[in-house]
Design a protein around this ligand. Sequence first.
Ligand SMILES: [Zn+2]
Length: 486
Amino acid sequence: MNDLMWILWGALIACGALLLFMLLRTALLRPPKETENSQTPPLPDLDESILAAHLSEAVAIPTVSLVSPDDDGRHFLEFHAWLERTYPALHAAAEKTVINKFSLIYRIKGSDETLKPLCFLSHQDVVPATPEGWEAPPFGGEIKDGYIYGRGSMDMKSQLVATVEAVEYILKHGGTPKRGIYLCFGHDEEVSSEHGAPYIAAYLKERGVSFEYLIDEGGIMADGNILGVPHTIALIGTCEKGYADIKLTSKRDGGHASSPKRPTCLGLLAKAILSIEKHPMKTTFNQPTKELFRDFAPYMRFIFRFFMANRDILSPLLRAVFTLIPMTNSLVRTTFAPTMATGADRRNVLPAESTANINVRILTGDNSAGVLKHIQKTVGKNISAEITNVTEPCPVSPTDTPQYRALTKALKEVWSDLIAAPYMFIAASDARFYYGLTPNVYRFTPFKYALSDQARIHALNERCEVKALVPAVAFFIRCIENSCMD
Ligand SMILES: [Zn+2]
């Protein structure tokens, strides 16, 4: 054999050994043994039709976010009165505080004040809706074909109602919890939370409140087959991406459009935007994504498990695959979306200045300074880039803690085949304002919606399946029972 043959044989044997090693790792990646007693107490006896009627009533009160705090807020007051009428045990037991006219804090004192209370967040406001294109009026609260239709039935009066129902149930059936409970309901989450959540958080911080853990909207419950996991999966948001707007400005001599001097102001700006699209930031599997792989991988079908078990070796390939789909691309990198642009205000005028806005969602692990540096380098010195608006990514809430385990335990008690994993929530929630009150901030919506129904949020025919209500309320009851009762 000549030298080349030796090299080829050597390479072949090395590849074979590597493949064998990768297969062995895949075979050894098995689900952890259940250590806890799988005997779970029976789920609470809840009346689905009463829960549906309550959500329907809540949806029928059109608490559309107020653009200005001076706008007519009577629907929010109507909503507060409805809460008071519908949940008498809560209103008898809780201390209620109103913040900035419409946001609400309910505090149920625990019998042991040395224990930190639990906190459930929701927002009362909804985005607007007009009746065109709806199968039922958006503020009718109509129940048909097993669904409650209407704006807010998913985002997020369903969750608000579920938490209040759970507390009402506990107060009626279980008595005083030993650990306290807070319900905090902002009123302007859909319009950047300018007057709600940050003021609630500041009010509580001033009073020295800190929480055991906190649950806000977010996350997904779905059929896991899309990820090769033959179970119901629950994604729990342990952080959320940051947000920034970057303004690009191009300046050239203006003038008449009949004799343009190249490059033009808009031409330069267009080139800069194209360059940003061609040069995205680098991809990475950050901490929450690695934790997601860690927790789902042992349950995956073989081929998915093969890639997950060997993700250190196959990482470049995996990251490349993730970038092919917009949803998974946003999990592995900071994204740039050009959203607005300006030029001249006449058709025949060359602008002396043109601007564009790049909306940026900053990956947990990156920061706005790094993003600005990347953009400025990409667009070159003829274009100036400046940040006009920024929220840095949130810290990552821990998962190797009794608090996270309490949450996942409650989940498994309600959905026995469920597998939970942490992940990075790619939108924004009120939860980001509460880090001063607890490091254990989780985003989770305990409603299993069909994936196609997710597209109804903020869109036409938003609806909540009636049969999703009992498990959701049971989940919050279990959280309270496991953490707050003897
Ligand atoms: Zn929401």
